[in-house]
Each structure stands twice: as C-alpha cells, then as structure tokens.
Design a protein around this ligand. Structure first.
Ligand code: HDD
Length: 705
C-alpha cells in the first residue's frame, strides 16, 4: 500500500530526458567517468577542461545561508480574492475579484542553521511573494503576530543572543541557553512575544496548520488618497494545531525534515493546503484610540476590537522543481510593495526596509538578484539600472539615463492614475529624537492578555516550556531575573517556574523601578508602564478554540502483524480514506504480512524505520494471531504508550484485550477512556482523531514511555 506519487513528482525525476550531457559551453561530453591522464596509470592533465569545469563549479555550489531563517522550505500557490478592498486601496490584486495572484511562500525556523531540525521550539517564518500584475508585493511575516523587539537597531543583538553561542557554537536551533535569556531578561518589551514562543505555537504540527501574520501595521491608500491602517492575517482551513514538546524533541531525531516532508507530500498527493486571507482595517482617525500604539510591533490588535474580515483564499498547489534555484534563491523584502499599499512608521518595519535588500546583495552576490527566475516580477522591468555581476537582461540601444531626448524620454514615469507608486504624504512635525512614544513602554498588558486567554493545559505548557528553558541556564542570576520579570505577567506562573528551576520563589509582583539597571542596558528599555488591557481574554489567541472535527490529511498509523483480520483491515483503511485521512500500515518488517484468509499485504513502514511521534493517531488490527503477535512486539507496545503519552487518539480493534493488557496505558484506562476507543468502533476512533489531541488527560494520566 505505497503512497501514490503524483504526476508532479514523476515529472520531476529527470529534467533532461533524451538530451546529451554537455559542458557549460554546450560541448557534448564523451566520458564523464575518467579524467584525462598522461597514460593509463599517469597523472591527470591540466588540459582536462571538462574535469576542471566540473570541479570548479562544484567548489562554488554553496552560497552563504540566510543569517536568520536559514532552515526552511518553499512552494508555489495562488491567492484568490473573494471580496474587493476597492474602497480602501488602489492595489489591483486586492480589489479585483477576477484576478488570481500567483505566489511563492517560504516557511522557516529562525535560529537554526540550514541543516537543523524542523521541530525546534521557534518562531516560524511565513514569507509570501505575491507576483501581482503591478509588481511584486512581499509580505514577510511569521506565524506569531508580534515580535521580540520594537526597534530594528536591536535586531542584530537579538539574533546574536539567540543563535548558538559564539565561543562554542552551541546549542543548535534552540533558545534554551544563557545568552538568549540574558538578553530577554533585560528587554521587558519582549514579554508578549516570549509568551507566544513558549506556547505550543512554537512547535506546530504542520506548516499547513499555522496561522500567518504580516505582523506590522501597514497602510492602504484608496483612489481619493485616504489612509486606512491594515493588519494582514492567514487562517488555516485545517485549524491551528501543535505537537507536544516531548514529541517535538523526539521527532527531531526521528525525522528532522518532518515539516518540509509533510508539506511536500500533501501537495504531491493533491491535498492543497488552504488559508483564509483576512484583514483588520482601522480608519486613520482611529489610530490613537487603543491602549497600545498601533506602530508598536510587540502588540496585536485583538479581534474583539477589530474583527478579521476574510477577503480571499490562499492555496498552495505546486512544489518547486529545484530547491536551490527557487527556495534558496528566493529573496524577500518588506520593501517590495505595490501602489495602493504603504509602510507605517513602525520603527521595526522601517529598519527592515533597508536590511533585506542589503542582505540579498551579500547572500546572492549581486544587485541583479531580481533577475533570478524566482524573484522576477510578472511584468517587464524597464529602468536604467545597469551592469553588475551576473546581469541577465540584455539592454538594447544607447539609452541608460534619464531625462533623455534620444530615447524619446523612455522609459516614462507613471502618474498615480497610471499606477505609478506614490508614497502617501504625511505631515511630520517635532524634533529629531532617539526615543519612542509613551505607549511603547506598556510591556505587559498584552502578555497578560495572551496568558489569560489560554486554556488551562495551554498555560501549563507555557509554564513547563519556560521551566525547561530556564533549567538549562548556567547563570542563576539570569534565571532569577527572568523569574522576577514573569511576576509582571502572572505571579502564580512565576512561582511555579521558580520552584521547578531552583530559583527564589517570588512572593509579590516585581516592580521595575526597583531594578538595578545593568551597566550597558538602556535605562529606558528597562522601564515599563502598566496599562491594563481593555480586554480580559481574547478567544482568537487560544488554539483550544481552533477548527476541529475533520480527519483530513491526518496520518494514522495502523499496526498489524501476521494473522491479521483481513476484513477489519479493509474496513478501517476504507473508513480512514473516506474521511480524507492517510492510513499507514506498520509491521515489524517490510516483507508482506499474511492475513487470516491467506492474503499478503505489504506494510508501508516498519517499527524500526519510523516512530509513533510521526503519526497523528494509532490503531491496531484484530485477528487472534495478530493480537498475540502485537502483544509480543515491544515496539508495538511502545507505539501505543507513546501515542497515549502525547494525548493522541488510539483505536483497538475488537477482541484485543491481550494487547491492551500489555500496554502501560491500560492501567490508566480505568480512570478515563477519553480519546481511546476499544472494541473496533471505527466511527468512535475517527471522531477522536478529528479532535486532534486530548490534552486534558496529560496531567492526571501521565505515563512513562
Ligand atoms: Fe526578518 C529574514 C520575518 C524582523 C532582517 N525575516 C526573514 C524571513 C522572515 C522574516 C519570514 C525569512 C525570509 C525567507 O524565507 O527568505 N523578520 C521577520 C518578521 C520580523 C522580522 C516577521 C518582524 C516583524 N528581520 C527583522 C528585522 C530585521 C530583519 C527587524 C533587521 C533589521 N530578516 C532579516 C534579514 C533576513 C530576514 C537578515 C535574513 C535572510 C533574508 O532576510 O533574506 O535581512
């Protein structure tokens, strides 16, 4: 029962069918296996231009990896607009419901190197290049709606702190180390983001099950020149789901490509991932009506205050043909913007407008990186930019300057009415300063809002995640400082963590004014003001309220062994497929397994090449011999216990008491059956799978595995 590979994959295997091997000069190669030698046992000759070219090209295959977001993967897709934003913007791709805008999206982790694991606890990049008819618009966002810092000048410090430490390059793809928490403990503005990063949002089940956010406030400009502020949102149709932290760590060992494999497989199997595309729109005159500053990227606009209006669908439908040419060479920049949209004065966004283009010059080695196929806009580029490394365009004629009369003034400037980009003119008054507005010092109100909006099990996960991270610190001072900071969010949370990590348990909320500011910290950064959020809770912030009920694209491990009940296997596989799920047959070997009626079925996987953590749910097949065999297979028992530990749905076929009794989870079944179906009730089992996880059984029914 091998997974059916689509035609898309087949077409990718060879791209030069029936073509001769040539050098880069197009000369046909006669022998690609032997260097040219002076004689049979002689030295290789310098004359061998074929080998020289091959090796020299190979020597230059690697380019610098991205300084952040190095680990990632990308695919193609399309944005279909359902509702026009014409009253707010002149950007055609946002107001013409006839258009379908092609796009390329790259998902990534931030801290790890290019070869690191997908399941690190980290923010996920959610960067989209929209190839609009009016030029490229890049929305370089994340799966978290806020950021660690408020000003771009702190970005190199943040990144230095979180990347592996400079003396020993450890740890890889992890924030659980001294330099990160040292920085964070001295930057109270990071409090809100830290709550998100320590929540399960930072260990997604799949790229397909993450929200995407443009993070910054942007401006939309309409034909009358009126401004509306806007926040961009992407809501996954499959809901927002995560894995357990223990599971994430195990997946990193079992399949470090877990997320990229999941995305590519889904697309190749025709399960195109989809997101609702939405906007929060705020009239310019409402800019100051919130208890936070709209320009502060550490704040979100709660959906209770400004609802997200769904205006379209993003569908991902094609995998890249070549990873390097597309995923590695794609060059995003928040500065890539089209007419009808403009930047706000968010100081983080403003700094990004410089940084991205600058990094592409270095990373891709030329100012001509926009000539690369993946970066080219749909429309033709006409300007007087010339030359440079790896120029692809062959500019004809003599004219490379403006104004000119010899070229008839071409290329012409476009008026605003012809789609020419015009920055919205805003009035600036005041002194040049290096400071920020008062509301930027309101560091904790939304951290509190986020924490209070979580379900009990989500709060527990946050507490345990912070305790895990702080437990890895060598410096007890940093640990204590961080625990003290957390009292500003929730005293009980701080006390729980302190107890876990051996810090002094704080008895009251720690006030910043009494804090000794370390020598090189910015005293202003270190202040905070307390503005109570106008909301107690916001439903959209909790993953507990996400879409549930479907088993579509869920990977369900089906455990079976010799003597299995053929009818039962057929039924469960059919039911899973009917619901849109993916049954994966697992046995103790890859050789065909014999059923109770003599039919041979080949497993897809075996206990020794996969693990329970790679599946959304596990079920077992009956048949007296099969049950006995599984009960005698320690790996099968581990699969079941581990699935129970990670709060997954489990389904035992009829007459499987022998097998149930062998599991550790059977002891817990006396307490509660939640998420565990016994007796071959496929409907019940698949209903449990649709629930995704049963986190509520985590604390009371912990089992070793
Ligand atoms: Fe950034 C890459 C997202 C702040 C500087 N960033 C990068 C990528 C994403 C983000 C998704 C990967 C793009 C890709 O897949 O190629 N970055 C964000 C978000 C931010 C943010 C959502 C805050 C709201 N970034 C930020 C700041 C700076 C940078 C403040 C510098 C001033 N980011 C970079 C960079 C990268 C980058 C160094 C590395 C590779 C690249 O740009 O192309 O320039």
């Amino acid at each position: 029962m091998k997974t059916k590979k689509s035609q898309q994959l087949q077409a990718q295997i060879v791209d030069s069918t029936n073509e001769f091997l040539t050098t880069n000069q197009g000369v046909k190669v006669n022998d690609n296996h032997n260097s040219l030698k002076s004689h049979e046992r002689g030295a290789t000759l310098l004359e061998d231009f074929i080998v020289r070219e091959k090796l020299a090209h190979f020597d230059r295959e690697r380019i610098p990896e991205r300084v952040v977001h190095a680990r990632g993967t990308g695919v193609h897709g399309v944005l279909k607009l359902k509702k026009s934003l014409e009253q707010y913007t002149t950007a055609d791709f946002l107001n013409n419901t006839e258009t379908e805008t092609p796009l390329f999206i790259r998902f990534s982790t931030v801290a790890g190197f290019r070869g690191s694991t997908d399941l690190a606890r980290d923010v996920r990049g959610f960067a989209i290049k929209f190839y609009t008819e009016a030029g490229n618009f890049d929305l370089v966002g994340n799966n978290i709606p806020v950021f660690f810092i408020q000003d771009a000048t702190k970005f190199p410090d943040l990144v230095h702190a979180v990347k592996p430490e400079q003396d020993n390059e450890m740890p890889q793809a992890g924030s659980a180390h001294d330099t990160f928490w040292d920085f964070i403990s001295l930057m109270p503005e990071s409090a809100h983001m830290i709550m998100w990063v320590m929540s399960d949002r930072a260990i997604p089940r799949s790229y397909r099950m993450m929200e995407g956010f443009g993070v910054h406030t942007y401006k939309l400009i309409n034909a009358a020149g009126k401004v509306h502020f806007v926040k961009f949102h992407f809501k996954p149709k499959l809901g927002v789901h995560s894995v357990a932290w223990d599971e994430a760590q195990r997946i990193s060992g079992k399949d470090s490509d877990f997320h990229r494999r999941d995305l590519l497989e889904a697309i190749l199997e025709g399960n195109f991932p989809e997101w609702d595309f939405g906007v929060q729109i705020i009239p310019e005159e409402d800019e100051h009506k919130f208890d936070f500053d709209l320009l502060d990227p550490t704040k979100l606009v709660p959906e209770e205050l400004v609802p997200v209006e769904i205006i379209g669908t993003m569908t991902l439908n094609k995998v890249p043909d070549n990873f390097f040419a597309e995923v590695e060479q794609v060059a995003f920049s928040p500065a890539n913007i089209v007419s009808g949209i403009d930047f706000s004065d968010d100081p983080l966004l403003q700094g990004r407008l410089f940084s991205y283009t600058d990094t592409q010059f270095h990373r891709l080695g030329t100012s001509n990186f926009n000539d690369l196929p993946i970066n080219r806009p749909l429309n033709e580029v006409h300007n007087n930019n010339r030359d440079g490394f790896y120029r692809q365009q062959i500019s004809k004629g003599k004219i490379n300057y403006s104004p000119n009369s010899l070229g008839g003034g071409c290329p012409f400037q476009a008026k605003a009415s012809e789609g020419g980009f015009t920055s919205h003119s805003s009035e600036y008054t005041g002194m040049k300063v290096r400071t920020k507005s008062d509301k930027f010092f309101n560091h904790f109100s939304q951290a509190i809002l986020f924490y209070n909006s979580q379900a009990e099990y989500e709060k527990q996960h946050i507490k345990d995640a912070i305790a895990f991270e702080l437990s890895k610190l060598e410096s007890s001072e940093i640990c204590q400082r961080m625990v003290n900071n957390l009292t500003n969010i929730d005293l009980e949370m701080a006390q729980y963590i302190a107890e876990k990590v051996g810090a002094i348990i704080p008895q009251k909320v720690y006030r910043y004014e009494n804090h000794a500011v370390p020598a090189n910290a910015n005293p202003a950064d270190y202040q905070s003001i307390t503005i109570k959020s106008s909301l107690e809770k916001s439903e959209a912030l909790s993953m507990a309220n996400t879409v549930k009920g479907s088993i579509a694209t869920r990977q369900i491990g089906v455990l079976f062994a010799d003597g299995f009940d053929e009818k039962s296997l057929e039924n469960i596989v059919r039911a899973i497929k009917t619901g849109g799920g993916k049954p994966i047959l697992i046995a103790n070997k890859l050789t065909a397994i014999k059923g109770d009626k003599g039919t041979n079925i080949s497993p897809d996987k075996t206990f020794f090449n996969c693990a329970s953590v790679l599946f959304d749910a596990i079920c077992t097949i009956g048949g007296q011999k099969c049950v006995e065999n599984l009960a005698n297979t320690p790996e099968a028992i581990q699969f079941l216990d581990e699935a129970f530990k990670h709060c997954k749905a489990i389904g035992f076929d009829a007459n499987s008491d022998l097998l149930v009794a062998e599991t550790h989870l059977s002891k817990k079944l006396k307490l509660n059956h939640i998420g565990v179906s016994i007796g071959g009730n496929t409907i019940e089992f698949l209903k449990y799978v649709g629930e995704h996880r049963f986190w509520e059984r985590e604390l009371s029914r912990k089992i070793p595995s």
